[in-house]
Ligand binder design. Structure first.
Ligand code: FES
Ligand SMILES: [Fe+2]
Length: 326
């Protein structure tokens, strides 16, 4: 069992709500633990993916009415995770020990969130979610073979935008950053900076006009958060990221984008554009050594432009996060 209490007691995204239809099963992994997600026709449930009889994976079984049946010897478990039938000896009562470790699951922002411990921290709010003037697009899942903390830190690191994403939105012609603000709170931090972006209306990014934009980030969860992008022309875009900590060196990135100005891209073209941006991140982020995020600030070199990453590492250290860290 993972000892990291901050992550154990936080909610983590595992799937889109639509991925788990009534009567179906999903096999997932969270914080190094195998899980079975299933839908009993009324609600989603998540349990340890382990049958207490002979240790088979329950996700190999099936849903029957509002019960889950293990595929090995057919033991039937009710929604509380208690065995209610031994098919080979149906007259015998199941042993009291024949029950399964259950976990918390809930639906939020059209996603399924799971907590393996005692839920102590709320799912971060996403302002604008109910505002119909935004287009709403879900991007991902994007699996990464590295620490979930490395993937989040990459999202908080604007100095890489002009190089890794040159011409996609930022530009190497103007890589300088404008720092505006960094506020630390016990439950997280907020920061604001400015970058130069290329004008998306231009056909050629290498000569496109450049526009100053500001980004403001709000972080209250180790693996989920959001930012607002403000253009000087009043255009709005917000991104809400969610990283699933599968294992210490394996994770999945998802994000919602709400925006009101990129009408030149169809929904499909918009998602393909985000796929391309993330594919640019894969190469560099998965190449970072060590894969786990060093929380000792002496382990890597920190530049003035790393102030947000440094705030993230300090906050994780303060909260005793160890999963995916060294
Ligand atoms: S291992 Fe599940 S019923 Fe035997
Ligand atoms: Fe990036």
């Amino acid at each position: 069992m993972v000892q990291d209490q901050f992550l154990r007691n936080s909610w983590h995204v595992l799937a889109r709500s639509q991925d788990l239809q009534p009567g179906t099963i999903l096999q997932k992994r969270l914080l190094g633990e195998d899980l079975v997600l299933w839908h009993n026709g009324d609600k989603a449930l998540t349990w340890q993916d382990f049958c207490p009889h002979r240790g088979a994976r329950l996700s190999l079984g099936w849903v029957h009415k509002d019960t889950l049946v293990c595929g090995y010897h057919g033991l039937v478990f009710n929604t509380e995770g208690r065995c209610v039938l031994l098919p080979a000896t149906p007259d015998q009562p199941p042993p009291a020990r024949a029950c399964i470790q259950t976990y918390h699951i809930k639906e939020h922002y059209d996603m399924l969130w799971v907590c393996l411990g005692i839920p102590q921290y709320d799912i971060p709010t996403y302002p604008g979610w109910d505002d119909p003037s935004y287009r709403k697009v879900l991007c991902g899942p994007y699996p990464f073979k590295t620490s979930p903390l490395r993937v989040v830190e990459n999202l908080l690191d604007p100095a890489h935008f002009p190089f890794v994403h040159d011409g996609m939105f930022a530009t190497s012609r103007r890589p300088e950053l404008r720092h505006h603000d960094l506020e630390l709170h016990p439950d997280g931090f907020r920061f604001k900076f400015g970058i130069w972006e290329v004008d998306f209306n231009s056909k050629d990014p290498s000569s496109a006009p450049m526009l100053p934009v500001t980004y403001e980030y709000f972080i209250h969860h180790p693996l989920a958060g959001y930012f607002e992008r403000h253009g000087e022309d009043g255009t709005r875009l917000t991104l809400y990221y969610m990283v699933t900590p599968v294992d210490e060196e394996e994770c999945v990135l998802w994000f919602w984008i709400l925006e009101d100005y990129l009408h030149m891209f169809s929904d499909q073209a918009f998602v393909e554009r985000q796929d391309k941006i993330v594919s640019q991140d894969y190469l560099t982020v998965e190449s970072q050594k060590p894969l786990r995020l060093p929380l000792d600030l002496k382990a890597e070199i920190h530049l003035p432009s790393d102030r947000y990453s440094v705030a993230y590492r300090k906050w994780l250290k303060q909260k005793d996060v160890t999963f995916g860290a060294i």
